[in-house]
Design a protein around this ligand. Structure first.
Ligand SMILES: *Cc1c(COP(=O)(O)O)cnc(C)c1O
Length: 411
């Protein structure tokens, strides 16, 4: 593999033009789109429009005249095709963590005598914290969390499990679960499933309806490029809509919020997952950002994501300076999401040295250098450049300099 081959890959890339829809600084290779997606130009324009024209000029009328009030639904329906969800099952609201809380309560409420929530030891910790917090409300009575190694999940699924709660793409290793298979196994035992799609949505094809998923949650600011702290989404299969009882019964999930009646009456369908007033600025930005997915074939996007990661691995393997970085993601690209994880005792410092040289990756404790591959705006040439810079850092061992090991709040 030489530079000319790599440039050929870019010339043959059916998604190449998408990069032009993003604002990206020069001389930066952005390998962190799995943590914070890059900014679509349309998002920037919308933010100005919402602030200046809608809020600034049209003031409160905008709730009606600019359809602010319907944003959670509008945005939910834009996310739905990326999930393989028919209309009426996805709504945009709150954060992933809060949506997980609501869906977990909901799923547990649908189970008569089962309290056991099964998850995996190395799930995203926040997801486990949410289940722990729910348990603490009334220990043992609402929810009992059990975490096990991911290799034991299928064998552990039995008639005592109320809810199987997993993250599709492991946040550290990138290892992928087979949603269809695990959902089927869970259903055979009468368990419900909640999938966290934080690292999958917008990065690989999803078929939630076909796979029979019960509930799912996911993130607006990662591969959906909705901007820092963008609101999240929640999916609930239509067959469960009559059984939804979520605990955060706020007025926006009321059938008629503006009747101001003293009694809560849930809105129909997924709308009852709403709680308070939607964050209009950030939801509008996410709405505009989702425009970049128009016309994108998710199989093509997945193929490019695999191509980028395979190139990264291949270039690493052919460079002797990179041998000490141990790939902890699955070798086969079909078994991982759109990211790579390399273990190294100095991963944090290596990551800082990369960032200083314009290659933005991230670090996950204790020893993982994480490389996010957002196929809409990364070029194969970017991978080439990143690996060259990484090789130089490893060869010169410049990461051993003090300045690279200074801890920061966010890694
Ligand atoms: C990023 C991420 C979240 C984020 O949750 P927030 O409530 O937005 O902080 C949740 N779950 C997983 C698996 C994630 O990777």
């Amino acid at each position: 593999m030489n530079l000319e081959n790599v440039l050929d890959l870019d010339r043959g890339d059916p998604l190449a033009a998408k990069r032009g829809e993003f604002a990206l600084p020069d001389n930066v290779v952005y390998l962190d789109g799995n943590s914070l997606g890059a900014m679509p130009l349309a998002a920037q324009q919308r933010s100005l429009h919402v602030v200046e024209q809608q809020w600034g000029r049209d003031l409160i009328q905008s709730w009606n005249s600019h359809d602010w009030i319907d944003l959670p639904i509008t945005v939910g329906e834009k996310i739905a095709p990326l999930l393989g969800a028919a209309r009426g099952q996805v709504i945009c609201c709150d954060s992933t963590s809060v949506n997980l809380f609501k869906s977990l309560c909901c799923a547990l409420g649908m189970q008569k005598d089962r309290r056991l929530v099964l998850s995996q030891t190395d799930n995203f910790p926040a997801d486990l914290y949410i289940a722990q917090g729910l348990n603490n409300l009334s220990p043992g009575e609402i929810c009992k969390l059990e975490v096990i190694d991911d290799s034991e999940i299928e064998a552990r699924l039995d008639e005592t499990v109320a809810v199987l709660m997993l993250t599709h793409v492991n946040f550290r290793s990138g290892k992928l679960h087979d949603i269809r298979r695990l959902t089927e196994r869970a259903h055979e035992k009468g368990a419900l499933v909640i999938w966290d799609l934080a690292h999958s949505t917008g990065a690989l094809p999803l078929e939630l309806d076909d796979w029979g998923v019960d509930f799912a949650v996911g993130c607006g600011y990662k591969y959906l490029n909705g901007g820092p702290g963008a609101p999240a989404f929640i999916y609930a299969a239509e067959r469960h809509h009559a059984s939804i009882r979520q605990p955060l019964t706020g007025w926006m999930g009321h059938q008629k919020p503006f009747s101001f009646s003293g009694e809560y009456q849930p809105a129909p369908g997924v709308q009852q997952f709403l709680c308070g007033t939607p964050p209009v600025l950030s939801m509008s930005v996410l709405d505009a950002a989702l425009g970049v997915f128009e016309g994108v074939d998710m199989d093509e996007l997945r193929a490019k994501s695999m191509g980028l990661s395979e190139l990264f691995i291949q270039l690493c393997q052919s460079n002797k300076h990179l041998r000490e970085l141990i790939l902890v993601s699955p070798q086969n690209s079909h078994d991982r999401g759109s990211q790579l994880a390399f273990a190294h005792p100095s991963a944090y410092a290596i990551c800082q040295a990369l960032i200083e040289r314009g290659v933005i990756a991230d670090f996950r404790a204790p020893d993982i250098l994480r490389i996010g591959l957002a196929p809409l705006y990364l070029r194969y040439k970017d991978i080439w450049d990143a690996v060259q810079i990484l090789a130089e850092i490893m060869m010169t061992r410049c990461y051993l300099q003090d300045q690279y090991s200074r801890p920061q709040k966010v890694t």
